[in-house]
Design a protein around this ligand. Structure first.
Ligand code: PLP
Length: 458
C-alpha cells in the first residue's frame, strides 16, 4: 500500500531543503497560509502554460492556477510582453497613469454592476473597502455574510468562514464564529451570518436584523469554500429583500469573475450594488478592484468635502494594470465559452471515475471551477460541505501531487486556457490512478467508513 506522504518526501528533496531553511525565517516556513500543506509545501520554480516545475525540476499540470487567478496559464506571451514593456517604462509613480483608465474602462464595459471602479492590491482590500463603503453609504454598522463564504483576511472577513458546525448554532440561524485567533469581538458583534441557499431563513434573519445591516456580501458562486453555486431563487430573494430593507447587495466576484465576461452576475441576470474583483483582473500580478453604483462609489470622490479616502502606494500601479489589460483583451466571450465547456467535461469525467470506483464523492463545478467533496450527500451549503472527509481529501491531494497534478489541498481546481483535451485527460487519468492506488489503504484504515456525518447543532 502506498503512503502518499512517504512518496512525497522521497520525491521532493529540494522543496524539503527549502522549507527547512524557510522555517528559520518565516512562521511555519511560509508567507501564505494557503500554500502550506503537511508535511511541507511544494516550491515552484517556474511555470509555462498549464505546466509548472518544482524546485527539483519535476513537471506537473497546474490545476489550480494560483487559486484560480491564472486563467491564461503561466507566462502567457501577451502578458509577458505587456509586463516587460511597462517594466522598462517604470513600475510605480505617485501619480495617476493612463493604463489604469484603460483597465477601469474595460471592467466597467464588461461587468453589469460597474458604473465606477477603484483599484487596490488584493481581494482582502477590495472586500474591506466595499464593506466600509456600505457602512458609510447607509449609516448602518453591521454586515451580513454567508456561512462558509470567503472574503479574505481582514477583521470583518474573518467570521464564520469555516466554523466547527457543532459550535456554529442551528443551520438556519448560524452564529458568528471567529476564524482566527485575534478576531475582535466587535467584528463578531457586527456580523450577521446567513445560511447559503436557504432563501426563507436568510430573509427571516435579514428582517430580524433589519435597520442595523448595511450590506449583504456573498459570492454568487462560493469559490474557495467548495465551488457551490447559489440557486437562482436565493440570489433573487437576496436582491429583492436587500432593496426593500435599504441594504446594499455586494457580490464578491474575486473568483467567480472567471465564469463569464461579466462575472456570475451576468449569468444570473442579477445586478448587485457593489462588486469586488481580484485574481484574473491582474493577469498574475497583485491587482484587485471594487466598484458599482456611481452614487455609492461617489463617496470616494476626493473632490467631496467629506469623502472615504483610499490610500495605497501600489493602487493602480502600471505594471499590474498592463498585465490586467493584456489579460482581459485575451478573454473574449468565446474563450469563456470554451473554458466552461471543458469545465463541464471535467465534472462529468470525474463523476464517472468516482462512480466506477464506488467512492462517495461529489464533484461540484461552475464554469471552469470545480471541487471534489468526499461525502455522500450533495454539497449545497457550508453544513453539507463540512461532512467531507478531511483525511481522504488530504491523501487524495498529496497523491495527486505525487502523480503530477497540483490542485488545492482542499481538492479545488480551476482550468486555464492553454489546457487542451490531452491535458484534461492526463488529469482525469491521474485521478483514476490515485483512487486505484489509495482505495485499498482507505478500506483497510476504515477511512471510507469514517465519513464526517452532519451534526445536529445545539
Ligand atoms: C471570493 C474571495 N474574496 C476575497 C478573497 C481575498 O483575495 P486576496 O487573497 O487577493 O486577498 C478571495 C481569495 O481567494 C476570494 O476567493
Amino acid at each position: 500500500m502506498v503512503d502518499p506522504e512517504y512518496v512525497y518526501r522521497r520525491t521532493t528533496p529540494a522543496s524539503r531543503a527549502l522549507h527547512a531553511r524557510a522555517v528559520k525565517v518565516m512562521p511555519g516556513g511560509t508567507t501564505r497560509t494557503t500554500t502550506y500543506f503537511d508535511p511541507y509545501p511544494l516550491y515552484i520554480d517556474r511555470g509555462e502554460g498549464c505546466r509548472i516545475w518544482d524546485a527539483d525540476g519535476v513537471e506537473r499540470i497546474d490545476m489550480l492556477g494560483n487559486y484560480t487567478a491564472m486563467i491564461l496559464g503561466h507566462a502567457h506571451p501577451k502578458v509577458v510582453e505587456a509586463i516587460a514593456k511597462q517594466a522598462a517604462r517604470g513600475t510605480a509613480f505617485a501619480a495617476a497613469n493612463p493604463i489604469e483608465v484603460e483597465l477601469a474602462t474595460l471592467l466597467c464595459e464588461r461587468v453589469p454592476s460597474l458604473e465606477q471602479v477603484r483599484f487596490c492590491n488584493s481581494g482582502t482590500e477590495a472586500t474591506m473597502f466595499a464593506m466600509r463603503l456600505a457602512r458609510a453609504f447607509t449609516g448602518r454598522p453591521n454586515i451580513a455574510r454567508i456561512e462558509g463564504g470567503y472574503h479574505g483576511t481582514h477583521d470583518y472577513a474573518e467570521v464564520s468562514t469555516h466554523p466547527a458546525p457543532s459550535d456554529a448554532g442551528p443551520a438556519d440561524r448560524p452564529r458568528a464564529r471567529p476564524d482566527s485567533i485575534g478576531t475582535p469581538q466587535w467584528a463578531l458583534d457586527g456580523t450577521v451570518v446567513l445560511p447559503f441557499n436557504n432563501p426563507d431563513a436568510a430573509e427571516r434573519i435579514l428582517r430580524e436584523e433589519g435597520a442595523r445591516v448595511a450590506a449583504v456580501i456573498l459570492e454568487p458562486i462560493i469559490g474557495a469554500g467548495g465551488v457551490i453555486a447559489a440557486t437562482n431563487d436565493f440570489i433573487r430573494r437576496l436582491r429583492t429583500v436587500t432593496r426593500e430593507l435599504g441594504m446594499l447587495l455586494i457580490f464578491d466576484e474575486v473568483i467567480s469573475l472567471r465564469v463569464a465576461p461579466g462575472g456570475a452576475q451576468q449569468l444570473y441576470g442579477v445586478t448587485p450594488d457593489l462588486t469586488t474583483m481580484g485574481k484574473i483582473i491582474g493577469g498574475g500580478l497583485p491587482v484587485a478592484a471594487f466598484g458599482g453604483r456611481a452614487d455609492v462609489m461617489g463617496l470616494m470622490d476626493p473632490r467631496r468635502m467629506r469623502n472615504l479616502p483610499q490610500g495605497g502606494t501600489y493602487n493602480g500601479n502600471p505594471l499590474g494594470m498592463a498585465a490586467g489589460v493584456a489579460t482581459l483583451k485575451e478573454l473574449t466571450p468565446d474563450v469563456y465559452e470554451e473554458l466552461n465547456r471543458q469545465g463541464a467535461r471535467v465534472k462529468d469525467q470525474l463523476t464517472e471515475v468516482f462512480a466506477t470506483h464506488g467512492i462517495p464523492a461529489q464533484v461540484n463545478a461552475a464554469g471552469s471551477l470545480f471541487a471534489i467533496h468526499f461525502t455522500d450527500i450533495p454539497v449545497t451549503d457550508y453544513r453539507s460541505k463540512a461532512t467531507s472527509n478531511p483525511k481522504i481529501t488530504h491523501d487524495f491531494f498529496l497523491s495527486l501531487v505525487n502523480h503530477g497534478v497540483l490542485m488545492a489541498p482542499r481538492a479545488m481546481g480551476a482550468l486555464s486556457t492553454p489546457m487542451r483535451e490531452p491535458d484534461i485527460q492526463e488529469f482525469v487519468d491521474a485521478v483514476d490512478a490515485v483512487i486505484t492506488e489509495q482505495l485499498p489503504r482507505w478500506r483497510v484504515n476504515g477511512d471510507l467508513q469514517a465519513r464526517v456525518r452532519p451534526v445536529s447543532p445545539p
